[in-house]
Design a protein around this ligand. Structure first.
Ligand code: OAD
Length: 236
Protein backbone atom coordinates (compact mmCIF):
# COMPACT_ATOMS: atom_id res chain seq x y z
CA UNK A 1 0.00 0.00 0.00
CA UNK A 2 1.45 3.40 -0.97
CA UNK A 3 1.96 5.20 2.35
CA UNK A 4 1.37 8.70 0.93
CA UNK A 5 -0.70 8.17 -2.24
CA UNK A 6 -1.18 11.34 -4.29
CA UNK A 7 -3.55 10.10 -6.97
CA UNK A 8 -6.30 7.97 -5.46
CA UNK A 9 -8.86 6.32 -7.70
CA UNK A 10 -11.93 5.51 -5.62
CA UNK A 11 -14.79 3.37 -6.93
CA UNK A 12 -17.97 3.38 -4.86
CA UNK A 13 -21.07 1.20 -4.99
CA UNK A 14 -24.42 0.81 -3.30
CA UNK A 15 -22.85 -0.22 0.04
CA UNK A 16 -21.63 3.33 0.68
CA UNK A 17 -25.22 4.61 0.67
CA UNK A 18 -26.67 1.67 2.64
CA UNK A 19 -26.35 3.50 5.97
CA UNK A 20 -28.20 6.44 4.42
CA UNK A 21 -31.15 4.09 4.00
CA UNK A 22 -30.78 3.37 0.28
CA UNK A 23 -31.01 -0.27 -0.70
CA UNK A 24 -28.13 -2.32 -2.06
CA UNK A 25 -28.77 -4.70 -4.97
CA UNK A 26 -27.35 -8.11 -4.19
CA UNK A 27 -27.46 -8.41 -0.41
CA UNK A 28 -30.16 -10.61 1.15
CA UNK A 29 -33.40 -8.66 0.68
CA UNK A 30 -31.63 -6.32 -1.78
CA UNK A 31 -33.30 -4.57 -4.71
CA UNK A 32 -32.55 -7.32 -7.25
CA UNK A 33 -33.66 -9.98 -4.77
CA UNK A 34 -37.10 -8.32 -4.63
CA UNK A 35 -37.46 -7.07 -8.20
CA UNK A 36 -36.54 -8.60 -11.53
CA UNK A 37 -33.95 -6.34 -13.21
CA UNK A 38 -34.91 -7.68 -16.65
CA UNK A 39 -38.42 -6.27 -16.15
CA UNK A 40 -37.29 -2.94 -14.70
CA UNK A 41 -33.81 -2.00 -15.84
CA UNK A 42 -33.50 -2.74 -19.55
CA UNK A 43 -34.41 -0.70 -22.67
CA UNK A 44 -36.71 -3.59 -23.69
CA UNK A 45 -38.64 -3.43 -20.39
CA UNK A 46 -39.08 0.34 -20.82
CA UNK A 47 -40.34 -0.09 -24.40
CA UNK A 48 -42.80 -2.78 -23.31
CA UNK A 49 -44.11 -1.27 -20.07
CA UNK A 50 -42.88 2.30 -19.51
CA UNK A 51 -45.28 3.00 -16.62
CA UNK A 52 -43.98 0.10 -14.51
CA UNK A 53 -40.36 1.07 -15.17
CA UNK A 54 -41.01 4.75 -14.42
CA UNK A 55 -42.88 3.84 -11.21
CA UNK A 56 -39.91 1.79 -10.01
CA UNK A 57 -37.53 4.72 -10.60
CA UNK A 58 -40.02 7.21 -9.13
CA UNK A 59 -40.03 5.18 -5.92
CA UNK A 60 -36.23 5.06 -5.85
CA UNK A 61 -35.95 8.78 -6.69
CA UNK A 62 -38.20 9.65 -3.73
CA UNK A 63 -35.89 7.56 -1.53
CA UNK A 64 -32.83 9.44 -2.77
CA UNK A 65 -34.43 12.86 -2.23
CA UNK A 66 -35.36 11.86 1.35
CA UNK A 67 -31.91 10.39 2.18
CA UNK A 68 -28.91 12.23 3.62
CA UNK A 69 -25.18 11.60 3.16
CA UNK A 70 -23.44 9.59 5.88
CA UNK A 71 -19.97 9.74 7.42
CA UNK A 72 -18.41 7.79 4.56
CA UNK A 73 -19.61 10.29 1.93
CA UNK A 74 -18.38 13.16 4.11
CA UNK A 75 -14.97 11.60 4.76
CA UNK A 76 -14.40 11.18 1.01
CA UNK A 77 -15.32 14.81 0.29
CA UNK A 78 -12.99 15.99 3.06
CA UNK A 79 -10.12 13.79 1.85
CA UNK A 80 -10.64 15.14 -1.66
CA UNK A 81 -10.13 18.73 -0.42
CA UNK A 82 -7.13 17.80 1.73
CA UNK A 83 -5.42 15.98 -1.13
CA UNK A 84 -6.21 18.75 -3.61
CA UNK A 85 -4.70 21.34 -1.22
CA UNK A 86 -1.39 19.46 -1.41
CA UNK A 87 -1.44 18.94 -5.15
CA UNK A 88 -2.89 15.41 -5.08
CA UNK A 89 -6.24 14.10 -6.25
CA UNK A 90 -9.00 11.74 -5.21
CA UNK A 91 -10.86 10.80 -8.38
CA UNK A 92 -14.34 9.63 -7.45
CA UNK A 93 -16.07 7.18 -9.75
CA UNK A 94 -19.41 5.88 -8.53
CA UNK A 95 -21.78 3.21 -9.75
CA UNK A 96 -24.47 4.89 -7.65
CA UNK A 97 -27.26 6.90 -9.21
CA UNK A 98 -27.88 8.90 -6.01
CA UNK A 99 -26.40 12.36 -5.35
CA UNK A 100 -25.14 11.74 -1.81
CA UNK A 101 -21.46 12.22 -2.72
CA UNK A 102 -22.29 15.65 -4.16
CA UNK A 103 -24.45 16.59 -1.18
CA UNK A 104 -21.55 15.68 1.13
CA UNK A 105 -19.42 18.18 -0.80
CA UNK A 106 -17.50 15.92 -3.21
CA UNK A 107 -16.31 17.52 -6.46
CA UNK A 108 -16.36 16.16 -9.99
CA UNK A 109 -18.22 12.92 -9.18
CA UNK A 110 -18.24 10.61 -12.20
CA UNK A 111 -21.50 8.62 -12.32
CA UNK A 112 -20.76 5.69 -14.60
CA UNK A 113 -24.34 4.34 -14.27
CA UNK A 114 -26.00 7.74 -14.66
CA UNK A 115 -28.02 9.84 -12.22
CA UNK A 116 -31.51 9.30 -10.91
CA UNK A 117 -32.07 13.03 -10.43
CA UNK A 118 -31.67 13.61 -14.16
CA UNK A 119 -33.97 12.66 -17.03
CA UNK A 120 -33.04 12.36 -20.68
CA UNK A 121 -35.17 13.01 -23.73
CA UNK A 122 -35.11 10.06 -26.11
CA UNK A 123 -36.10 12.42 -28.95
CA UNK A 124 -33.59 15.31 -28.66
CA UNK A 125 -31.21 13.71 -26.07
CA UNK A 126 -31.27 16.81 -23.83
CA UNK A 127 -30.62 15.97 -20.17
CA UNK A 128 -32.67 17.82 -17.55
CA UNK A 129 -32.52 17.92 -13.76
CA UNK A 130 -35.48 15.92 -12.43
CA UNK A 131 -36.33 15.76 -8.72
CA UNK A 132 -40.02 14.80 -8.90
CA UNK A 133 -41.88 11.83 -10.33
CA UNK A 134 -41.51 11.18 -14.05
CA UNK A 135 -44.49 9.99 -16.11
CA UNK A 136 -44.63 8.93 -19.74
CA UNK A 137 -46.61 12.05 -20.73
CA UNK A 138 -44.07 14.52 -19.27
CA UNK A 139 -42.80 16.85 -22.02
CA UNK A 140 -39.07 17.38 -22.51
CA UNK A 141 -38.16 20.85 -21.15
CA UNK A 142 -36.00 21.38 -24.25
CA UNK A 143 -38.11 20.10 -27.17
CA UNK A 144 -41.54 19.37 -25.58
CA UNK A 145 -41.64 15.78 -26.86
CA UNK A 146 -43.26 13.39 -24.34
CA UNK A 147 -40.18 11.18 -24.56
CA UNK A 148 -38.38 11.39 -21.21
CA UNK A 149 -36.63 8.52 -19.45
CA UNK A 150 -34.47 8.36 -16.31
CA UNK A 151 -30.86 9.21 -17.19
CA UNK A 152 -29.60 5.96 -15.72
CA UNK A 153 -27.73 3.15 -17.45
CA UNK A 154 -29.78 0.00 -17.96
CA UNK A 155 -28.55 -3.55 -18.53
CA UNK A 156 -27.47 -3.83 -22.14
CA UNK A 157 -26.46 -0.14 -22.31
CA UNK A 158 -22.97 1.32 -22.26
CA UNK A 159 -21.81 2.84 -18.96
CA UNK A 160 -20.85 6.52 -19.15
CA UNK A 161 -17.46 8.30 -19.11
CA UNK A 162 -15.46 5.12 -19.72
CA UNK A 163 -12.53 6.79 -21.49
CA UNK A 164 -12.00 9.30 -18.72
CA UNK A 165 -12.38 6.62 -16.04
CA UNK A 166 -9.77 4.37 -17.64
CA UNK A 167 -7.36 7.29 -18.10
CA UNK A 168 -7.71 8.26 -14.42
CA UNK A 169 -7.28 4.65 -13.35
CA UNK A 170 -3.99 4.43 -15.28
CA UNK A 171 -2.78 7.66 -13.69
CA UNK A 172 -3.54 6.61 -10.10
CA UNK A 173 -1.21 5.29 -7.43
CA UNK A 174 -3.88 3.66 -5.25
CA UNK A 175 -7.16 1.95 -6.18
CA UNK A 176 -9.86 1.75 -3.49
CA UNK A 177 -13.27 0.08 -3.93
CA UNK A 178 -15.96 0.88 -1.37
CA UNK A 179 -19.26 -0.94 -0.87
CA UNK A 180 -19.41 -2.78 -4.17
CA UNK A 181 -19.90 -6.50 -4.74
CA UNK A 182 -17.78 -6.51 -7.91
CA UNK A 183 -20.51 -8.27 -9.87
CA UNK A 184 -21.12 -5.75 -12.66
CA UNK A 185 -18.60 -5.02 -15.42
CA UNK A 186 -16.75 -2.95 -16.44
CA UNK A 187 -16.41 -1.61 -12.86
CA UNK A 188 -15.79 -5.11 -11.51
CA UNK A 189 -12.71 -5.40 -13.75
CA UNK A 190 -10.99 -2.21 -12.55
CA UNK A 191 -9.25 -3.93 -9.64
CA UNK A 192 -7.53 -6.35 -12.03
CA UNK A 193 -6.65 -3.54 -14.44
CA UNK A 194 -5.10 -1.63 -11.53
CA UNK A 195 -3.09 -4.63 -10.37
CA UNK A 196 -1.90 -5.33 -13.90
CA UNK A 197 -0.40 -1.83 -13.85
CA UNK A 198 1.24 -2.38 -10.45
CA UNK A 199 -1.19 -0.07 -8.62
CA UNK A 200 -1.94 -1.19 -5.01
CA UNK A 201 -5.60 -2.10 -4.43
CA UNK A 202 -7.78 -2.08 -1.32
CA UNK A 203 -11.42 -3.08 -0.72
CA UNK A 204 -13.54 -1.46 1.99
CA UNK A 205 -16.70 -3.53 2.32
CA UNK A 206 -19.10 -4.84 4.92
CA UNK A 207 -17.90 -8.38 4.28
CA UNK A 208 -15.68 -10.26 1.81
CA UNK A 209 -17.05 -10.21 -1.73
CA UNK A 210 -16.74 -12.94 -4.39
CA UNK A 211 -13.80 -11.05 -5.93
CA UNK A 212 -12.06 -10.38 -2.57
CA UNK A 213 -9.01 -12.36 -3.72
CA UNK A 214 -8.37 -9.80 -6.46
CA UNK A 215 -7.41 -7.10 -3.90
CA UNK A 216 -4.05 -6.65 -2.14
CA UNK A 217 -5.75 -5.55 1.07
CA UNK A 218 -9.22 -5.24 2.60
CA UNK A 219 -10.96 -3.67 5.60
CA UNK A 220 -14.34 -5.03 6.63
CA UNK A 221 -17.10 -3.15 8.44
CA UNK A 222 -19.72 -0.48 7.78
CA UNK A 223 -18.50 2.19 5.35
CA UNK A 224 -19.26 5.00 7.83
CA UNK A 225 -16.50 3.52 10.02
CA UNK A 226 -13.99 1.99 7.61
CA UNK A 227 -13.88 4.87 5.11
CA UNK A 228 -13.06 7.72 7.57
CA UNK A 229 -10.51 5.52 9.39
CA UNK A 230 -8.81 4.38 6.16
CA UNK A 231 -8.66 7.87 4.64
CA UNK A 232 -7.33 9.38 7.89
CA UNK A 233 -4.61 6.74 7.88
CA UNK A 234 -3.50 7.16 4.29
CA UNK A 235 -3.93 10.89 3.70
CA UNK A 236 -4.08 12.49 7.16
P1 OAD B 1 -24.31 -4.55 -4.71
O1 OAD B 1 -25.63 -4.54 -4.02
O2 OAD B 1 -24.04 -5.59 -5.73
O3 OAD B 1 -23.14 -4.64 -3.63
C1 OAD B 1 -23.14 -3.81 -2.48
C2 OAD B 1 -21.97 -4.21 -1.60
O4 OAD B 1 -21.95 -3.33 -0.49
C3 OAD B 1 -22.07 -5.64 -1.04
O5 OAD B 1 -20.83 -6.31 -1.22
C4 OAD B 1 -22.39 -5.42 0.44
O6 OAD B 1 -21.82 -6.41 1.27
C5 OAD B 1 -21.75 -4.06 0.69
N1 OAD B 1 -22.35 -3.32 1.80
C6 OAD B 1 -23.63 -3.34 2.26
N2 OAD B 1 -23.79 -2.49 3.28
C7 OAD B 1 -22.58 -1.89 3.48
C8 OAD B 1 -22.09 -0.93 4.40
N3 OAD B 1 -22.87 -0.36 5.33
N4 OAD B 1 -20.79 -0.56 4.31
C9 OAD B 1 -19.97 -1.12 3.37
N5 OAD B 1 -20.38 -2.03 2.48
C10 OAD B 1 -21.66 -2.42 2.53
O7 OAD B 1 -24.12 -3.08 -5.32
P2 OAD B 1 -23.09 -2.56 -6.43
O8 OAD B 1 -21.83 -3.35 -6.39
O9 OAD B 1 -23.00 -1.10 -6.29
O10 OAD B 1 -26.26 -1.13 -11.75
O11 OAD B 1 -23.89 -2.91 -7.73
C11 OAD B 1 -23.34 -2.57 -8.97
C12 OAD B 1 -24.44 -2.26 -9.95
O12 OAD B 1 -25.36 -3.35 -9.99
C13 OAD B 1 -25.32 -1.08 -9.59
O13 OAD B 1 -24.74 0.16 -9.95
C14 OAD B 1 -26.55 -1.35 -10.36
C15 OAD B 1 -26.72 -2.80 -10.06
O14 OAD B 1 -27.38 -3.55 -11.01
C16 OAD B 1 -27.25 -0.78 -12.59
O15 OAD B 1 -28.40 -0.61 -12.22
C17 OAD B 1 -26.78 -0.62 -14.02
Amino acid sequence: MASQPRQIFMLTGAGISAESGLGTFRDRGGIWARFDPMKLATPEAFAEDPDTVLDFYNHRRRGVVAAAPNGAHRAIAEAQSRLAARGGRLFLCTQNVDDLHERAGAQDVVHMHGELLKARCTACRAVSTWHGDLVAEDPCPACAAPAMRPDVVWFGEMPKHLERIEAMLSASDLFVAVGTSGAVYPAAGYVRQARARGIPTCALNLEPTDNAGAFDAARYGPASETVPAFLAEICG
